[in-house]
Ligand binder design. Sequence first.
Ligand code: MN
Length: 728
Amino acid sequence: MAKPKSASLETISNTVSSYYPDAKLELLTKAYKFAEEAHRGQLRSSGEPYMIHPAEVAQTLADLKLDMASIAVGLLHDTVEDTHATLEQIQKEFGNDIADLVDGVTKLSQITFKTSEEKQAENFRKMILAMAKDIRVILVKLADRLNNMRTLEHLSPHKQKIIAQETLDIYAPIANRLGIGWIKTELEDLCLRYLHPDIYYRLAQTVAKTKRERQKYTDDFSEVLDEKLKEYDMNAQVSGRAKHFFSIFNKMERRKVDFDQVFDTIAFRIIVDNITECYKALGVIHASYKPIPGRFKDYIAMPKANGYQSLHTTVIGPAGDRVEIQIRTQEMNQVAEGGIAAHWKYKEGRFDTRSRENVEWVNRLLEWHQDLSDPNEFLETVKIDLFAEDVFVFTPKGEVKQLAHGASPLDFAYAVHTDVGHKCVGAKVNGKIVPLKHRLKSGDTVEIVTSTTQSPSKDWLKIVRSSRAKAKIRAFIKEQERDRSRELGKAVLEKALRAYSQSLSKVEKSGELLKAVQAQGLRSPEELWAGLGYGRISVDDLIPLILPKEALERKTEAAKAEDESFLRKVLNVAKKRGESRNAITVANLDDVLVRFGRCCNPLPGDSIVGFITRGRGVTVHTATCTKAIDNDQERRVDVQWNVRENKTIKRTVKIRVLSLDEPGLLAIMSQTISGCGVNISSANIRTTKDKKAIAIFDVEVGDLSQLHKITSALEGKKGVISVERVRS
Ligand code: MN
């Protein structure tokens, strides 16, 4: 379909007339004349008249069977940026629709991707937004890039590399996502030529050298396939062609092999009349040649996100080699080449852009854009989506959901509905209960179990693969953190005020609080709470702004004592009896009844948080324990390890040692632990089928550094594979 040879007003008009007979070609003539006039005297880097470039771009757009406005914009796309022509002129001459498109393309052209990561993210975001506004802007830009890549040889090697890399990173994936197969393929091959010229030219040479034998092989096997299909009264078009260089290059990279070891360099395509025939043809082929397991893909039942449909299979060919075969209908073939444009319906000479069902992908991007305010997060999200392969799974009702490769039940839950995701506690895959982190495979039937008390946690971000789920979880956590820090900030201020015998409602009424809010450049008390909660604003700095001098001087020892008695009242515990002092101080009291969370079993040295349990003292968790994060933050108190007392206190910790199953190793491990001056209170060992041993020790350690000493001593022993602390 590519037409690298000189395009002209005549060739463009002829192409348009071929698919749109009623086209009012005057528009194209007018746009051509306008561009020719504007670019008069300008030359390209090749030394040719500039007008060749917009004409080629317009020709590509006509080859894609786009609407009149898009093709006119192809002709006009560089006038505003590179000539004296203005947007106002274009608007006057060609109307708002075309002027808006030219404006969109001009703005996109000013985006460059080679700057810092952050700028790249922001630029990419602009690009997606432009695409969401009118997909035709991106189609013109793709055609523009294609022509620039075709003529890249006239630029400096440095520029060539930059443009080729950008094309490979951004434009080829977009062409793929939009389903325009031939543009994607051509862009990738051109990129290879400039990014890895050595490989490109070696491939080109080898292919040229083996051309005759390859052609013979292709013709012979095509003929064989054709005959086999005829035996079953099937009317099919069989063709074979060399795979493009970039895909061969990819295969070489992936399998770490050289060109002569990549055998399946030719792909065969069978085009039949209808879907039934597709499956029939597949049956004929599988009956004649042994299919390679795992290589059959049914993109007819489950089309790709870009609308691509086809059956793919790889079989062992007559010479014992691998042969890739694609089977599809004529219509599917058109979609595979032309992408989204093949779906568009004409309405009075232009596309009915509202019925663009295939731009769902772009709409999804727009949704994430609203959820993610950080451009880097957005870029990461989009990149995952641009490059990932997909899996297809079913709802219990048989509806198909398309998910990113490696997706978990959580991804599925979010694909069903945001609320289903937020409330997901588990899943059944093909009737069996699986953990949330389970990886789904194509064909799985997934049923989600929800609970009203469930809510997303940060850990979920490690589990999910799809951009949508990530965006939704991040948004939820951010909102929750904001809420929590507001509550925390308010509580912090309230507590601080109490020390001065003041209250929040008092300073709110007096208007002093509002003054402080304004003095900090904030808009509302809520922003102040958040600032305090996040620790951006210090309460000690804030108090003098709120309270009058007299009140500030009134903070006495008595007030501090009151603090203590308040805490005691809440805790409802008397001073502990006996000699043993606590390993923990709670809000500077070192004699409060303390328990350790069995979930995380903190050790001196771990960073910790405490939660008040009425009548039962304080429960201590490690700061990263999920229980601590889920606990009611209002009950949270500051706790510290009581350094002076730690030496005398021992805590039991479980460690798991994975090792080779060798005689005497248990004895060596026990000696190593004892050698660190640590007591072992229990030891357990079992062996695994693969000749390994798992030993579990309960050891009594004083603090984290002592534990580290043991683990590194154990790790240094021959036969030991890994050592880890068990938290359960
Ligand atoms: Mn251009």
